[in-house]
Design a protein around this ligand. Structure first.
Ligand SMILES: Nc1ncnc2c1ncn2[C@@H]1O[C@H](COP(=O)(O)OP(=O)(O)OP(=O)(O)O)[C@@H](O)[C@H]1O
Ligand SMILES: [Mg+2]
Length: 249
């Protein structure tokens, strides 16, 4: 069986066109020989559309509350825009890319985090759709939208989604590509490797904050559950010349 790599492409990288173009070209090429699942976020695109439609949101402990109108915009940005652009470019570069989201065929089922509105955390991955695609030579491009068990749409953190998919598929590798060179220490130097047991202290002393928190937690979770190689890497380095932080058991 060909090896399987789950790649999460940060929404943060969409604002760096050179990084995006290089990555999509490389990924299209790799996908001809390896099984790949691409997961993406789209923070900046969501914010731009919320501004455009003048939808204001309230924040709960620093996290955006997703009401019904915000959810509509989130799905429009992720599935309607970012997913379309990534899929189109991959196809132009020769990949058999297929754009879906976690809610298609109930691939990823979430439990609602009620305090945050229509936001969920993954509780179950139904592998059939994505499995069918990767084993038939397609490259699934998965937007970070999922549903609860009844099919109600939920916004889900793209890092958490990538990690739950990598775990369910027992991926050989999980790579988070983002807009920083890896996990940085307090002096802004890239930490070469981090052991799971160091993570809590790094969050507690505020070395790791904001969007890096779900990423590092996703890494830890996937490693504990059997994914052997996990990276938080520099989005501009691509995959073959990967540079960044390796998370270890
Ligand atoms: N110790 C750290 N090292 C590196 N970056 C950190 C650290 N702590 C917090 N960050 C922040 O995490 C950000 C990366 O997470 P962010 O959620 O913004 O991007 P992304 O996950 O790639 O994009 P998206 O969420 O849109 O998919 C960095 O740009 C940086 O501001
Ligand atoms: Mg993020």
């Amino acid at each position: 069986m060909k090896s399987l790599t789950v790649v999460k492409f940060g929404g943060s990288l969409i604002k760096i066109p050179q990084a995006q173009n290089k990555f999509l070209k490389e990924l299209a090429e790799i996908s001809q020989r390896q099984r790949i699942i691409l997961v993406h976020g789209g923070g900046p695109e969501i914010n731009a559309l919320l501004d455009k439609f003048a939808v204001t949101s309230k924040f709960v402990n620093g996290l955006r509350f997703t009401d019904e109108s915000t959810l509509g915009i989130v799905e429009m940005a992720l599935s309607g825009k970012v997913n379309r652009v990534l899929t189109t470019e991959l196809i132009k570069n020769g990949a058999n890319a297929v754009g879906i989201s976690g809610k298609d065929a109930k691939s990823v089922i979430c439990k609602q985090i009620k305090e945050l509105g229509f936001v969920g955390k993954p509780v179950k991955v139904n592998k059939k759709l994505i499995d069918t695609l990767i084993n038939a030579g397609f490259l699934p491009v998965v937007a970070s939208v999922a549903s609860d068990v009844k099919g109600n749409v939920m916004n889900i953190n793209a890092d958490t989604l990538a990690s739950s998919i990598a775990t369910a598929f027992k991926a050989d590798k999980l790579i988070f590509l983002t807009d920083v060179p890896g996990v940085l220490d307090k002096n802004k130097n890239t930490i070469k490797d981090i052991k799971i047991k160091q993570i809590n202290a790094l969050i507690k002393d505020k070395t790791i904050t904001d969007g890096m928190i779900p990423k590092i937690k996703g890494c830890a979770d996937s490693i504990r559950k059997g994914v052997s190689e996990v990276w938080i890497a520099d989005g501009t380095s691509g995959i073959q010349g990967i540079k960044g932080t390796v998370i270890k058991k």
